[in-house]
Design a protein around this ligand. Structure first.
Ligand SMILES: *[C@@H]1O[C@H](CO)[C@@H](O)[C@H](O)[C@H]1NC(C)=O
Ligand SMILES: *[C@@H]1O[C@H](CO)[C@@H](O)[C@H](O)[C@H]1NC(C)=O
Ligand SMILES: *[C@@H]1O[C@H](CO)[C@@H](O)[C@H](O)[C@H]1NC(C)=O
Ligand SMILES: *[C@@H]1O[C@H](CO)[C@@H](O)[C@H](O)[C@H]1NC(C)=O
Ligand SMILES: *[C@@H]1O[C@H](CO)[C@@H](O)[C@H](O)[C@H]1NC(C)=O
Length: 196
């Protein structure tokens, strides 16, 4: 019984470690950039961009692709609306977020790399480059932003079907389900440890 109990305690500890090490998305840079972009748009009398969760998802997938590349490698890191990203697995990334190219083609994907993602430099990378033509455009109404390493990816969405980033199936429940699973097994572990 003692050994079973110590096994359960080990299992419990493992769950706690898993729960704590569960990749907690660091959204700070992302939220900060959205605020900064909206302040920039306010000075141009343009509407604030609203957060688009599905574009967030794709931005996350894209940032994940870029994160191990040095900042100097900007291959595939420039894009214009209507053209697809120069990434061989772009269809898989779309699919992962339950997105279809017919609902994303009018959006624009803008990756940038800034060492340590210093907020003022990040904003300047968008407002001080050719990307500003998209930020200055009233046709964009939403945004998805995600960062990994030194890379940050901004996706602008429109309120038309072709740029809405509407999914064909809800994608946002997946990470939550993963978290719930860890929580559930944590409580199960606690319960078993207590009754043994
Ligand atoms: C924004 O709107 C204000 C008030 O309507 C106006 O004074 C200002 O010139 C406008 N700015 C731009 C950049 O259009
Ligand atoms: C640069 O980016 C391209 C396209 O994403 C990739 O194929 C290549 O491996 C990268 N090079 C380096 C040195 O990371
Ligand atoms: C994408 O949407 C178009 C039009 O709604 C549809 O014909 C096509 O089958 C869809 N593709 C996928 C992979 O869902
Ligand atoms: C973007 O960030 C890099 C790295 O900090 C910097 O060298 C470059 O000047 C920035 N570009 C713009 C347009 O601000
Ligand atoms: C976007 O607007 C800013 C502020 O008016 C301006 O400095 C910049 O040149 C514009 N960008 C483009 C591509 O027109």
């Amino acid at each position: 019984m003692v050994s079973l109990r110590s096994h359960l305690v080990t299992l419990l500890l493992l769950q706690v470690i898993l729960l704590l090490s569960h990749p907690v998305k660091s959204d700070d840079e992302d939220k900060r950039l959205l605020q900064d972009i909206n302040s920039y748009r306010a000075t141009l009398n343009l509407s604030a961009l609203t957060e688009n969760d599905n574009a967030d998802c794709l931005a996350g997938e894209m940032a994940d692709q870029f994160k191990n590349q040095p900042c100097t490698n900007s291959t595939g890191a420039n894009t214009v609306p209507g053209t697809e990203m120069q990434l061989a697995n772009y269809p898989d990334l779309l699919n992962h977020c339950h997105l279809n190219v017919s609902n994303t083609r009018d959006g624009v994907i803008m990756p940038a790399c800034v060492p340590d993602l210093v907020p003022s430099l990040v904003l300047a990378n968008f407002t001080g480059s050719q990307y500003s033509s998209y930020l200055n455009d009233s046709k964009y109404t939403g945004a998805g932003i995600s960062s990994e390493g030194d890379w940050i990816v901004v996706i602008l969405t429109t309120n038309t079907p072709e740029g809405s980033y509407a999914t064909y199936k809800s994608a946002s429940v997946v990470p939550k389900a993963g978290m719930l699973f860890h929580l559930f097994s944590l409580f199960l572990g606690l319960f078993l440890a207590l009754i043994s």
